[in-house]
Design a protein around this ligand. Structure first.
Ligand code: NAI
Length: 689
C-alpha cells in the first residue's frame, strides 16, 4: 500500500510509503483521499502524516508527466485535507519537495527536522507548482519569501523554514512532537488557504522577474510562477488554484518542460551499467601527476571528498607551483565560506607531494594531467606502471590524444582509461570516461567510481579526435570561423548564441580558456587535415599577434585592466583583411542564420559520433553538451533539440548549406537513416543499420 493508516486512541497516523522517496502518484493521491474519509468517520482528533524511508515526499512522480492527468488530482486531494473536519499535522523529514511541500501546506500544522529539505523545484523541470503551492505559500510566508523560493526552485532546510514561518516547529523527532502538539490550539488553527495573501507589490514582482530573466534566462516557468504569486494576492484561493492548474497543465506539455524532463532522466540514467557493478571499487587513495591548471583542480576535487591525494611533479619548482595552485583553490573556498579553517586544514593534511614515483606505490588510481604531448605522457604512463600496484588503474586526462596509442606504451594496456575532466575540474559536472580498446571492465568501473566519488556525471566515449565533446566543439568553432570570414563579427556570433541560450558565445568562451590551446591543437591536426576543407586562418593571426584571450588582456575582445570586456575595432580590421586576401565577398547573416548554422554543424557531427559508435546514446551526447559546453539545458541538449526540429527539416537545411560547401555540410548517414525509417535520432540503433 502506497498510503497506510492506523489509529491510536484519538490519533490517526497516515504514512506515505512509495519507495524510494514517496513520489506522489495516483495511488498515493487515492490513498490520501481515503485516509481523509477514514479519519472523519473515526471522529479522530488529529491525523499525523509522515513519510516512510528517507523522505517525506520528494515530489510528484515525473514518470506520470507524459501521460494525461489521472483523477484524483492532487489539488482536489489537498483541498480535501485542508478542509477536513479533522486537522492534519505534517511531520517532515528528508526531502519535502514539490507536491510533497504542497501537501505539507495543506496540513494545519508542520513540524520538521532541522535537516529536512523543503522547496518547490518545479521550475527546474519547466513547471510551476500545480497543487496550490503558488497560492498557499505566499499566504503562509508572505510574498517576499515565496518569491525567493518558487521562481528559483531553491530548497531550504528545516531551520530556515522555521525562520520564515514555512514550518511551525523544528524537532529531531517530528512524529513525537506532532503527538504532543496542543490539540485545542490545533483545532482553532486557520487553514493556510484561508490566510490573507498580503498586498500587491509591483516592485517586488518586477525585481524577481529581472532576477529570473538573468539567472534562468530563456525559461518560461519562473516567470509564470511569479505571475501566479501575483494572482494569489489579487484573487481568491479558489480562483488562484484554478489559474495555477491551467498554467501547470499547459507547461507540462511544453517543449521546455519536455526538454528539462529529458535531461533530468538522462542524468539519473548516467550511472554504472549493471555488468560493471561488481567491479566497482571507489578509490580512496589517488595520485595526480602534474599539478597545473587541471591537475591541481582534480586533486582538489578528490580532497573535497576526504580522499588521500599524492601529487607528483617533475621538480621542486613544479611542486611549488602545484602547491600554490591547490592552496589557491582551498583559500578560495575558505574566503567564500564554503569550508571552514578545520576543513581547509583537513584538506592540506590529506595531501602529500613528491617528485618520486616510488611514493605512489600505495595508490588505487593515478591520473596524469601533464602537458598535452604524446611522448611526455607515454613516459609518465610507463613510470606509473612500474611504480603502481598491479591492480591500480591508470588514467589520462588528455583532451585530444589517441588513448589507444597512449595505452600501447604500457605492458598491460588494459589498465588505462581516459578520464576527461573539464575546466574548472572541481566544479564542472561532466566526466568523459574514454574507453580505450583494450580497457578492462575494472578500469572502466573505476571511471564510474571516480564520477560517483566526485559527484560528477559520467559519460563513456570511444576513442577519436576530441572524444564526444571536443569533437563537436571543433565543428561548432569551424562553423563560427566560417561565418567570421563570410560576413560576421565575433560579437554578432556571440550575441546570436547567447540569444539561443548559451551563457557565453564561442568567442567570449575562447577568450576565457585561452586561444593557445586550440592553436596548438590545430598545429597537431595540420598533418591530417583534409586539404579540400576550407581552413580559416583568423584565429592563428590573433595568436601570432599575442592575443591569447583574457590572460593576455586581449583576444577576440579587449579586456581593460579595470575589468569588463570591450569590442575591439582592430579585430574587425583583421577579419576584413583576411576576407579580402581570400577574395571573399562578405554578406549579411541574420541571428537565426548564425544559430542555424552553428547548431546544425554540431548536430550533424553528433550524428556522425553515433554512427562511429563513439557515444552509446543520444542522451549521452545531450549530457555532454549541457554539462560540459553550456548548451541550454532547457532545450534538452543537442540531439533532443535536433529531434524537436525533426530530421527532415535538418536534412533540408543541410542540403541548402551543402550548395555552398558540400564537404562541410555533408549529411550524416544517421540523419539519412532516420529520415528513411521515419524515426527520431533518439530511436536510431547502430545494430539495425
Ligand atoms: P598545465 O600546463 O597547466 O599543467 C601541466 C603540469 O604538468 C605542469 O605543472 C607541469 O609542471 C606538469 N608536468 C609536465 N610534465 C610532467 C612530468 N613528466 N611529470 C610530472 N609533471 C609534469 O596544463 P593543463 O591545462 O593542466 O593540462 C594538463 C592536461 O589536461 C593536458 O593533457 C590537457 O590537454 C588536459 N586538459 C586540459 C583542459 C584545460 O582546459 N586546460 C581541459 C581538459 C583536459
Amino acid at each position: 500500500m502506497a498510503v497506510s493508516w492506523r489509529k491510536d486512541g484519538i490519533y490517526g497516523f497516515v504514512v506515505l510509503d512509495n519507495p524510494p522517496v514517496n513520489a506522489i502518484n495516483r495511488e498515493i493521491r487515492q490513498g490520501l483521499l481515503e485516509a481523509v474519509d477514514w479519519a472523519e468517520r473515526e471522529g479522530l482528533e488529529r491525523v499525523i502524516l509522515s513519510g516512510a524511508g528517507p523522505a517525506f515526499a520528494a515530489g510528484a512522480d515525473a514518470k506520470e508527466f507524459d501521460r494525461a492527468p489521472e483523477a484524483p488530482h492532487l489539488p482536489d486531494v489537498l483541498n480535501r485535507i485542508e478542509s477536513s473536519t479533522v486537522p492534519w499535522i505534517a511531520a517532515l523529514h528528508g526531502a519535502v519537495l514539490g507536491g510533497g511541500a504542497e501537501l505539507a501546506l495543506a496540513c494545519r500544522y508542520r513540524v520538521a527536522r532541522s535537516d529536512a529539505s523543503i522547496g518547490f523545484p518545479e521550475v527546474i523541470l519547466g513547471l510551476v507548482p500545480g497543487a496550490g503551492g503558488t497560492q498557499r505559500l505566499p499566504r503562509l510566508v508572505g510574498l517576499g519569501e515565496a518569491l525567493n523560493l518558487v521562481p528559483t526552485g531553491k530548497a531550504i532546510n528545516g531551520r530556515q523554514a522555521k525562520e520564515i514561518g514555512l514550518v511551525d516547529e523544528i524537532d529531531d523527532d517530528p512524529l513525537g512532537f506532532a503527538e504532543i502538539t496542543n490539540g485545542e490550539l490545533l483545532g482553532m488553527s486557520v487553514p493556510v488557504g484561508a490566510l490573507n495573501a498580503g498586498e500587491v507589490d509591483e516592485a517586488h514582482y518586477e525585481s524577481a522577474s529581472v532576477l529570473a530573466k538573468k539567472r534562468m534566462r530563456g525559461q518560461v516557468a519562473p516567470l509564470k510562477a511569479i505571475d501566479l504569486l501575483r494572482v494569489a494576492q489579487t484573487q481568491t484561493l479558489e480562483a488562484g488554484m484554478k489559474r495555477e492548474r491551467e498554467v501547470f497543465l499547459d507547461l507540462r506539455q511544453s517543449d521546455q518542460a519536455r526538454a528539462l524532463r529529458h535531461i533530468f532522466f538522462a542524468e539519473r540514467g548516467a550511472k554504472i551499467p549493471s555488468d560493471l557493478k561488481p567491479e566497482m571499487k571507489i578509490p580512496d587513495h589517488v595520485a595526480v601527476v602534474g599539478g597545473g591548471t587541471m591537475g591541481a583542480a582534480i586533486a582538489y576535487a578528490f580532497l573535497n571528498t576526504g580522499a588521500k591525494v599524492v601529487v607528483l611533479e617533475t621538480d621542486a619548482d613544479g611542486l611549488a607551483r602545484a602547491s600554490t595552485n591547490i592552496e589557491a583553490l582551498i583559500s578560495n573556498s575558505l574566503s567564500s565560506g564554503r569550508i571552514d579553517e578545520t576543513a581547509a586544514n583537513a584538506r592540506r593534511n590529506q595531501m602529500t607531494r613528491t617528485t618520486n614515483y616510488q611514493d605512489l606505490a600505495g595508490v588505487d588510481l593515478a591520473i596524469e594531467a601533464v602537458f598535452e604531448d604524446g611522448s611526455v605522457k607515454q613516459k609518465v604512463l610507463r613510470s606509473l606502471e612500474a611504480a603502481l600496484r598491479p591492480d591500480a588503474v591508470i588514467a589520462t586526462n588528455t583532451s585530444y590524444l589517441d588513448v589507444n596509442m597512449l595505452a600501447a606504451a604500457l605492458a598491460d594496456p588494459s589498465r588505462l582509461i581516459g578520464l576527461h575532466f573539464f575546466a574548472p575540474a572541481h566544479i564542472m559536472k561532466l566526466l568523459e570516461i574514454v574507453k580505450a580498446e583494450m580497457a578492462s571492465p575494472k578500469a572502466l568501473a573505476v571511471g564510474y567510481a571516480v564520477a560517483k566519488r566526485l559527484g560528477k556525471i559520467p559519460v563513456v566515449a570511444g576513442v577519436c579526435d576530441g572524444f564526444i565533446g571536443n569533437r563537436i566543439l571543433a565543428r561548432y568553432r569551424e562553423a563560427a570561423d566560417t561565418l567570421l570570414m563570410d560576413g560576421c563579427t565575433p560579437w554578432d556570433i556571440d550575441e546570436a548564441m547567447v540569444d539561443f541560450g548559451y551563457a557565453m558565445g564561442p568567442y567570449a568562451a575562447q577568450d576565457l580558456s585561452g586561444l593557445d590551446i586550440a592553436h596548438a591543437n590545430r598545429r597537431r591536426q595540420d598533418a591530417t587535415r583534409d586539404p579540400a576543407r576550407r581552413y580559416i586562418p583568423i584565429a592563428d593571426q590573433l595568436v601570432a599577434a599575442g592575443r591569447l584571450g583574457r590572460k593576455s588582456g586581449a583576444g577576440w575582445y579587449q579586456y581593460p585592466a579595470n575589468g569588463g570586456r570591450d569590442i575591439d575595432p582592430a579585430i574587425e580590421k583583421i577579419i576584413l583583411q583576411a576576407a579580402a586576401s581570400a577574395g571573399i565577398d562578405r554578406r549579411a547573416f541574420t541571428p537565426s542564420d548564425i544559430q542555424n548554422r552553428l547548431v546544425l554543424a554540431m548536430i550533424n557531427e553528433a550524428a556522425n559520433i553515433r554512427f562511429d559508435g563513439i557515444a552509446a546514446t543520444t542522451a549521452d551526447i545531450d549530457l555532454v553538451l549541457v554539462h560540459g559546453y553550456g548548451f541550454p539545458r532547457w532545450r534538452g541538449g543537442l540531439l533532443h533539440y535536433a529531434d524537436q526540429i525533426g530530421v527532415d527539416r535538418l536534412l533540408a537545411m543541410l542540403g541548402m548549406y551543402a550548395a555552398e560547401d558540400p564537404l562541410v555540410w555533408h549529411p550524416s548517414p544517421v540523419l539519412i537513416d532516420c529520415a528513411e525509417a521515419k524515426i527520431s535520432l533518439a530511436d536510431w540503433q547502430a545494430e539495425n543499420h
